[in-house]
Write a protein that binds this ligand. Structure first.
Ligand code: GCV
Length: 724
């Protein structure tokens, strides 16, 4: 061999050795999760394509929002492409990314997209690969600046998830108008049902000191199209309506305006008495209505784009119009009238369950609100939890979806995992919310899905919306559990477009939050997609619900004593020697009749009722024959055992990703999975032991339950796929 060839091979060998050692030695840097899904990790395979297409970033407009767009793009390009993307207002005839509106950008104006942009609306946008004067450009255009911001985040999502950007032709508009978070934050900094630290709002420091987290929060929401936040608990502290607090609220509103995030407040119905010194809060008393009108005017002087009020009235001890013999509609309308001149809305919660309405809590809200359908002002909406009880692990959809033909309903979801393992269990809500949104109400025949009701295609609602009880707090990673971030993300994405699939959303989130490595993404997406059903199986399968105590976390089926019977577990399962479940059929308490045909018939008949809702609608003997041929008791045992096994599978899959995910986040998730696996076994054993005293049958681990060996196989499969 020639000397030069020898030298070359030695050089290559040394280089390879160096690279090998380096990759073996270079630890994956720890991450704390604070950047959520906006990490802007270095772009992979398509980095050159991105660099070629984005040689310049042109953002026109002289507003806070356009500056935010410019900053977001510049910093994203910096970390994703390794080149500080300099943002300019001039194009200079290079392949460029051009962002703006026809009124802020001549380049966009000259494209003549006005009709399409008008169709997409001020929050909608077009992202298109096109050319200007024969130079290739990518344009993000909207008729409104907020639309341009949303388009920017959409574009960055494409880059973050490794999508090609050569031939883009995207037109997006939100399917519903109001996409809000509901914070159950108290003025003392605590959060009702919050599991991620304290409230983000530092009331003692506002309005003077403005925590940078306020703008981070708005940015995160804008990245998924969330356009409003109710910032205080529905169990409202009346002080939020005092001038002292309104000035603080106004400071938040000022920071959030450029991100398209409007502020809303939970209002206490008794405020005219508590703050105004009136003798009554009767909504039909003119002095009460005048007090609210004056209060609304005061709020709008400070916050010109204030969104409106959310009200929990005559529920769980909160004051309301029924205290004065008035209806929910009369209460809501009085507030709606106060807000109407300023463009605000009232979201009146249907989470009411007066014991004197019906013996079954499941039926109460429907009875109260359908009577009032059509009696609400145009700017008043009824906000309804997804199911008839209260964010249980699985509920059938609330019959008020479809049941309110003339009064708009908003769906209230819950990202904070009150009944779903809080921030300790890994439970992705995307699948649960999709089951709900895709449920067919048959309100106007087949295809009248809940999603269609919410977006106004089933009934022509004048206002449309979806909200979620929020899960961020002061924890470094915002949501307590790293995977709980996915529920915030999924809410935003589904509120924007309820037709997206749970899998697509999970994949997007996994790619942006963890890695673009396909094998790892598959593993994480699979974990997420199975996690809800797993949780249901080891806690409340087959339509069981509310088997908890006051902590809403641990199993407590024996809970049969509380201030109200409908706060116990026994009220919901009624386990006894003859069987278990509540007969809500036509032969029972007729709750099924609150649904349109054929949904009511389907739920009514044992033949057709989906077994996932069996004990919600039916009372069955322990030896009732399930579709599998097993008895109900055996099936129940099977579900609990399978659920606990599947929880262990989640853990095994996550373990298989050690070394791929950064150590800190990997460990933090692993620590919680440890708890989850133990809890799943506790749930299984506790519930089965409790019910066994009634079934008097042996607790049989099912033959088909996945064995531990099986699980190891699973973990190994992931390890192989992930190349470790
Ligand atoms: C904000 C459930 C929760 C309460 C919550 C209530 C509601 O009962 O446990 O904490 O109160 O729902 O939605 O109003």
């Amino acid at each position: 061999m020639k000397k030069s060839a020898l030298l070359l091979s030695a050089f290559i060998a040394a280089g390879l050795l160096f690279l090998c050692c380096k990759s073996a030695d270079t630890p994956i840097p720890d991450e704390d999760g604070h950047r959520l899904w906006l990490r802007y990790a270095p772009a992979g395979k398509l980095a050159d394509q991105y660099r070629n297409a984005i040689q310049r970033i042109v953002v026109t407009g002289d507003s806070d929002t356009s500056r935010i767009i410019g900053r977001e793009l510049a910093s994203a390009m910096d970390t994703m492409l390794g080149s500080p993307g300099s943002v300019d207002t001039a194009w200079q005839k290079k392949p460029a990314l051009i962002v703006g509106t026809p009124s802020t950008s001549d380049l966009i104006h000259n494209l003549n997209w006005d009709a399409e942009l008008a169709e997409a609306g001020p929050e909608g946008f077009i992202i298109r690969s096109t050319s200007i004067e024969n130079h290739p450009v990518t344009v993000i255009a909207s008729s409104g600046e907020i639309g341009a911001l949303y388009g920017t985040f959409h574009f960055l999502r494409l880059l973050q998830t490794g999508q090609p950007i050569r031939d883009l032709s995207v037109t997006e508009r939100p399917r519903v108008q109001f996409r809000l978070l509901n914070h159950w934050d108290n003025l003392d900094g605590s959060i009702e049902r919050g599991y991620a630290g304290r409230s983000l709002w530092q009331w003692g420091e506002l309005p003077g000191k403005r925590d940078p987290r306020y703008t981070d929060y708005a940015r995160v929401n804008a990245s998924v199209g969330i356009n409003g936040a109710v910032i205080n608990n529905v169990n409202a502290d009346v002080r939020i309506l005092t001038e002292e607090y309104l000035l603080k609220v106004a400071a938040l509103a000022d920071l959030w305006r450029p991100y398209g995030l409007r502020v809303y407040l939970s209002a206490k119905f008794s405020a005219p008495v508590q703050l105004g010194g009136l003798q009554t809060a009767d909504p039909l008393e003119p002095e009460v209505a005048d007090w609210w009108k004056a209060k609304a005017a005061e709020i709008y002087r400070l916050i010109p784009d204030f969104g409106g009020f959310l009200v929990k009235a005559n529920s769980e001890g909160q004051p309301g119009p029924k205290d004065y013999g008035r209806t929910h509609a009369e209460g809501a309308n009085m507030l709606a009238d106060a807000l109407a001149p300023h463009g605000g809305i009232v979201m009146w919660r249907a989470f009411v369950y007066d014991q004197d309405v019906d013996p079954d809590r499941v039926k109460r809200a429907y009875i109260e609100f359908t009577k009032l359908d059509g009696r609400f002002r145009r700017n008043a909406v009824v906000q309804v939890k997804n199911g008839p009880i209260d964010f249980q692990p699985r509920e059938p959809f609330h019959p008020l979806f479809g049941g309110m033909k003339q009064t708009p309903v908003f769906a209230e979801l819950q990202a904070t995992q009150e009944y779903l393992g809080q921030a300790k269990h890994l439970v992705y809500h995307g699948t649960m919310w999709k089951e709900f949104l895709d449920s067919d109400t048959y309100a106007k025949g087949a295809g009248s899905t809940v999603g269609g009701v919410l977006d106004g295609t089933v009934y022509p609602y004048p206002v449309t919306g979806i909200v979620s009880v929020a899960n961020p707090g002061t924890d470094t990673n915002w949501c307590g559990h790293h995977f709980s971030q996915a529920n915030w993300y999924a809410f935003g994405r589904l509120a924007w477009n309820h037709r997206l699939s749970a899998g697509q959303i999970a994949e997007e989130w996994a790619r942006m939050t963890f890695t673009n490595d396909d094998g790892t993404v598959d593993a994480i997406r699979d974990m997420m997609l199975s996690s809800w059903e797993t949780f249901v199986s080891y806690t409340m399968p087959l339509g069981l619900h509310h088997l908890i105590g006051t902590d809403h976390y641990a199993p407590m089926p024996e809970n049969d004593r509380a201030r109200r019977s409908d706060w116990t577990a026994f009220y919901y399962h009624r386990a006894a020697a003859d069987g278990i479940g509540v007969d809500r059929t036509r032969k029972g308490n007729k709750a099924v009749e609150q649904y349109f045909p054929p949904v009511c018939d389907r739920f009514d008949s044992l033949e057709t009722c989906p077994e996932k809702f069996l004990l919600w609608f039916h009372r069955c003997a322990w030896n009732y024959r399930m579709k599998s041929g097993l008895t109900l008791w055996q099936e129940l045992c099977g579900k609990y055992y399978a659920g606990a096994e599947q929880a262990a599978d989640l853990q095994a899959k996550w373990q298989s990703l050690a070394g791929i995910i950064d150590p800190r986040r990997h460990k933090e998730v692993a620590d919680r999975l440890e708890i989850q696996v133990e809890d799943a076994v506790k749930w299984r054993d506790h519930i089965l032991k409790y019910f066994q005293q009634y079934s008097q049958m042996p607790i049989e681990p099912p033959k088909q339950a996945i064995t531990y060996g099986h699980r190891r196989l699973y973990a190994n499969r992931y390890k192989t796929r992930a190349g470790i």
